[in-house]
Design a protein around this ligand. Structure first.
Ligand code: PCA
Length: 321
C-alpha cells in the first residue's frame, strides 16, 4: 500500500497546473496540408503550455460537419474550429471577399487581401462571440472538366460540383446545375457519375484522384479561398494570460507555415495532375473573356450585397499598393 501511495505521489508531481482540453472540428481530411498544419499547431500549443492546453483535432467532418462548424463554435458546443471562410458569409458578408473571382491572382495579392480583411473579420467575429486565430489560403482555383470546354454553351445541361456560395453562383451564371459535394466526397461523386465539372484547386483534384473521370484542368486562377481557424471567445477568455499568449504565438507560426505549404502544394499538384494523364490547358480566349465578364458581374453583385464595408477592402486593394 505504501509503495502504491508513493508511486501516485511521484506521478502527481509534474502536474503543476490544471489542464484545459479543447475540441477542434474541421471539415477537411487528415492528409490535407491545412489539417497537417493544424495538428502541428495543436502540438505547438501543447508544448508551449507544458500540456496545460490540449487541443484535440477532429478532421473530416467527424465531430461537426463543415457547414455547421461556425455555429458549433459560436454556441460553445465545441471550443474551436477550422472552416472555409466563405461558410461565414451569411453572418459576416465581408468573409466572402477572397472568393470574388479574378481579383486575387497571386499569393502575394492573397496575402495583401488577408491583411486588409483581417481587422474587419476580427471585429465581426468578436460581435458573434468568436476569436480568429489564423487563416491560410488554398491554392488557386482552376476548372476541371470531363469533356473539353470551349465556350459557355458547353456547360448547358451539365452538373458542376460546388462547395460555397461563390461556386453556386458561378454555376448558375454558366448555366450548369450546381451539385453540392464536400471536398472529401468528390472522388465518390465522380465515380457515381454525379459531376461533369468543378472549380477547385489542383491539390483537391490530386487528393481526390480525379483522373479516372476528369480529363482536363484549365488553369483559370480564379480566386484563392482561405480556411480560418477560430475559437469561442469565452473559452479563450477562460485561459490564463500565459496560455492565451502561447495560443496566439503558435497561431502566428501556423499562419506563416501554412502559406508556405499552400504555395508548395500549388506547384506540385498541377504537375501531379499532368503525370496522371490530365491535360492542363488554358481556356480559349473567347471563353476567357466570358469568364472575366462573369467575374465582373459577380463582383458588382458582391459589392452591392456587402455595401460600404466592401470598399474598405477593395479601395486599398486596388488603389493603395
Ligand atoms: N479545396 C476545397 C476548398 C477550396 C479548395 O481548393 C474544396 O474543394 O472543397
Amino acid at each position: 500500500m505504501k509503495v502504491i501511495l508513493m508511486a501516485a505521489a511521484l506521478f502527481a508531481v509534474p502536474v503543476l497546473h490544471a489542464q484545459t482540453q479543447w475540441q477542434l472540428a474541421t471539415g477537411y481530411g487528415v492528409n490535407t496540408f491545412h489539417t497537417r498544419n493544424l495538428v502541428q499547431f495543436a502540438n505547438d500549443v501543447d508544448q508551449a503550455t507544458q500540456g496545460g492546453l490540449r487541443i484535440a483535432v477532429h478532421p473530416n467532418n467527424t465531430l461537426v460537419k463543415l457547414a455547421e462548424i461556425p455555429k458549433a463554435v459560436e454556441s460553445g458546443k465545441v471550443q474551436a474550429g477550422e472552416a472555409i471562410m466563405t461558410s461565414f458569409v451569411g453572418e459576416v458578408p465581408i468573409a466572402g471577399a477572397d472568393a470574388v473571382p479574378f481579383v486575387v491572382r497571386t499569393y502575394a495579392d492573397a496575402r495583401r487581401m488577408w491583411q486588409l480583411q483581417r481587422p474587419l473579420i476580427d471585429a465581426h467575429f468578436k460581435a458573434i462571440g468568436l476569436k480568429a486565430l489564423y487563416a491560410v489560403a488554398w491554392p488557386p482555383q482552376g476548372l476541371f472538366s470531363i469533356a473539353p470546354v470551349r465556350s459557355k454553351s458547353d456547360f448547358q445541361g451539365t452538373r458542376m460540383r460546388t462547395y460555397n456560395p461563390t461556386t453556386v453562383r458561378i454555376a448558375e451564371l454558366l448555366g450548369t446545375q450546381p451539385v453540392d459535394v464536400p471536398m472529401v466526397g468528390v472522388h465518390r461523386a465522380l465515380s457515381a457519375n454525379r459531376l461533369d465539372s468543378m472549380i477547385t484547386s489542383a491539390l483537391t483534384g490530386v487528393e481526390n484522384e480525379v483522373w479516372g473521370k476528369i480529363k482536363y484542368y484549365y488553369d483559370i486562377n480564379a480566386w484563392f479561398p482561405k480556411n480560418i481557424v477560430f475559437v469561442n471567445q469565452k473559452a479563450f477568455d477562460a485561459l490564463t494570460p500565459a496560455m492565451q499568449q502561447a495560443l496566439v504565438t503558435a497561431a502566428a507560426d501556423a499562419e506563416k507555415r501554412g502559406w508556405a505549404m499552400s504555395q508548395a502544394a500549388a506547384e506540385a499538384s498541377v504537375t501531379e495532375l499532368q503525370h496522371n494523364g490530365i491535360q492542363v490547358e488554358r481556356v480559349p480566349p473567347d471563353f476567357d473573356a466570358d469568364l472575366k465578364r462573369l467575374g465582373e458581374r459577380f463582383s458588382r453583385e458582391w459589392v452591392n450585397s456587402v455595401g460600404y464595408e466592401a470598399t474598405k477592402i477593395f479601395i486599398p486593394y486596388y488603389f493603395e499598393r
